[in-house]
Write a protein that binds this ligand. Sequence first.
Ligand code: UGA
Length: 431
Amino acid sequence: MRVSIVGSGYVGTTVAACLADLGNEVRAIDVDRRVVEPINAGTSPIHEPGLEPLVSAYGGDTLRATTDYGAVTDTEVTVLALPTPTDSAGGINLEAMEAGTRSVGEALRHAEDYHLVVVKSTVIPGTTAERLVPILEDASGRREGVDFGVAVNPEFQREGSAVEDFMEPDKIVLGTDGDERALDRLARLYEPLVAQWETPVVETGRREAEMIKYANNAFLAAKISLINDIGNICKEFGVDTYEVADALGLDDRISDQFLRSGVGWGGSCFPKDVDALRVAARDAGYEPAVLDAAVELNDKQPRRLLSLLDDHVDAEGCRVAVLGLSFKPGTDDIRNSRAIPIIEGLLDRGAEIVAYDPVATEPMRERFPDIEYTEAAIDALDGVYGAVVITDWDEFATLDTEFDAMARPVVVDGRRIVKRRDGITYEGLTW
Ligand code: UGA
């Protein structure tokens, strides 16, 4: 099919490259030349495992990028993959989404054939029908359901495995409110994946599709907070939460995923989506008690970790190492990383911080320019009075004699990654 993707962030670029790989003719539309040019030259503007080879194979060929929304009219389907960031009240900011939708609508004014617009961005239930469709109709002068269709098709891609998650999905959600023409066209796009993996396809309403995305992220975030709550209780009783979680995971109803307890969840999605859902629920007159508690507990985990450090080290005036700065391993993304409240807490205590991360140093340096950063974990450990572990990078599992470089070998592990050994004081956050 001929498909345009609006927005070349990590979702848009991945979707564009994967759809090209599935044999489609793809146009990536972005207002930023700095992402358009590399795509056409065959280089990915973002780092995601498996993405570079796809952009290199199709970029400038069946995957072409442009800043011109006119490209929409060369295609049959337009996928909106624009950001919906948090606004000052915790809800979603629809500015980029509405501006992009208007530009698509203006392009559709010149479309000759029926066109399908697909909302992939995460939006609160009702947004597509109540906010986006009117913009499309107004800008195009055409009618939804007659001249064009609008579907909701959320994504469930994780940073670090976005290509694999797209190519081998657990489910495909198609929200069309029963519009057969829209459904047929959207289903065609996913046909090769469904044929290959027998992926379950959820055909549903647009509001339901919008909600499924929030519910998915809210459920996973709350699952981590629940295992963290249980973990904190385990710690009080001298119980190893990870042994408990292994047993829990054997119950099919629970599953063994997202049961790693520790310093909590971060990233660009869970905090944003859980907050947006809580704000929307309150606006609708409902108090989301479990989600409120999930967030509250998540905010507490870094404080608990620091208080474990306090049990062993008076951080004031002491050098303390922070190992791991990204919100999870495999990415240099520090958005809502648990390392941020940890660094703030250490600064409040008057500690001298020395931080290490294999890839996320530069983004964190922009946020905290005045702390020290090292090129290797061993350099961060040299002469410190304590170390806190915030990201479960594999390399931290092999740290051993490196701890001998510490002035006082106190390690507080927030991710169950460091191996305990004689000669170090080891505290697991929830074990
Ligand atoms: C998340 C979802 O997993 C994706 O399905 C979704 O598409 C994406 O958000 C999105 O909305 O775009 P991502 O933010 O890349 O993906 O990160 P995850 O791999 O889900 O991890 C989130 C956080 O939870 C990380 O800070 C991680 O360290 C933490 N986590 C995860 C735990 O603390 N324990 C676990 O057992 C698992």
